[in-house]
Design a binder for this molecule. Structure first.
Ligand code: BGC
Length: 245
């Protein structure tokens, strides 16, 4: 089973051909850097470029950093506002000529981590948090993934995403210690509301977990994502392979 998975992010679009039985990449990942907030039409061209790079003609799964219902995009906190209300499935399938299934990027990462990564064989309630340009959240329980939007919970007139994302660490020039403490405060709110048994921390920065995990307070067991920043691509491919409409 071979499917193309694509992960749309704040600064780049990444794609790879994924073996959906094993979660492994079948060829090297292709990454195209994008300027901030490019329009949906330009983004569709970038997605088409990725499909063309792999000469792909088949189902494509696309992870998008916003609320997705069906194939429709409802929010776009860190990308162009023109995505709001747009049928992302249609936009990307017109551009690529392939059937496209869309889902939230954190839900895609959770799908991959629960199937092949840090949550494999774990049936209890799991919270996946991705720390990147934004904060992505999804809950997993007994094989079902629930996309959440917990990065937008307010705190002191801002959102937690503005305070504790990886982008916030860079923007505010925080030490790993100060940022780790902020992430811990955020997780305390998540734990009070959701009571996960396991917390999986993903996003590109999870590769550097040794630098900041020691400063993050948590009650549940906390582990770094195993698929690191490949999880979004793998999960998007799984979604397309298993949810063909
Ligand atoms: C979006 C979420 C997304 C997260 C991570 C947030 O700003 O609202 O849908 O999962 O960023 O990309």
């Amino acid at each position: 089973m071979k499917t193309l998975g694509i992960d749309i992010g704040g600064s780049a679009v990444k794609g790879a051909l994924v073996d959906t039985k094993t979660g492994r990449f079948l060829a090297e990942r292709h990454r195209i850097a994008t300027p901030p907030r490019i329009t949906p039409a330009r983004m569709a061209k970038v997605v088409a470029e990725i499909a063309a790079h792999f000469k792909w003609r088949g189902p494509i799964g696309v992870g998008f950093p916003g609320v997705v219902a069906g194939n429709r995009i409802h929010t776009s906190a860190n990308l162009h506002h023109g995505f709001v209300g747009c049928d992302g499935g249609r936009l990307f399938s017109r551009a690529t000529g392939c059937p496209v299934a869309l889902l939230n990027d954190a839900a895609a990462a959770a799908l991959a981590e629960m199937r092949f990564g840090a949550g494999r064989r774990f049936e209890g309630k799991t919270l996946l948090v991705t720390l990147g340009t934004g904060i992505g959240t999804a809950l997993a329980f007994r094989g079902v993934i629930y996309p959440l939007e917990m990065g937008h919970l307010p705190r002191d007139g801002k959102s937690w995403e503005q305070l504790a994302s990886s982008a916030a660490r860079e923007r505010d020039d925080l030490s790993w210690k100060d940022w780790g403490r902020r992430v811990g405060k955020y997780l305390a709110v998540m734990e009070a509301l959701l009571w996960p048994e396991l917390i999986v921390v993903g996003g590109g920065v999870s590769a550097k977990h040794r630098k900041f995990f020691k400063f993050v307070r948590h009650r549940a067991r906390m582990v770094p994502a195993q698929l690191l920043n490949q999880a979004g691509i793998v999960g998007a491919a799984l979604w397309a392979a298993e949810n063909r409409r």
